[in-house]
Design a protein around this ligand. Sequence first.
Ligand SMILES: [Zn+2]
Length: 85
Amino acid sequence: MGIRTLRVAVILIGVMPSGAALITMLIIDRPLCLDCIAERTNMSVPRVEEYLGVIRGSLTVYHEAYDRCRACGRSAKVVSLDQPL
Ligand SMILES: [Zn+2]
């Protein structure tokens, strides 16, 4: 993670609900499926979806696609953040 990315992440943590900020950190430069995000954050999938809604509304770099999850390797809906700025 580059210094610019880190700075953006720090800003986000200040303005977002902590759950959304946590997810943001997880998916920067690394597309993950909802199951893996839920597992890593100890949240339920519906809760993850809820926070993704917050992130989607806040970040233009938010990206959703059908792709391979970088954590579990399954093909599924994955979410990620494109390199900001
Ligand atoms: Zn996964």
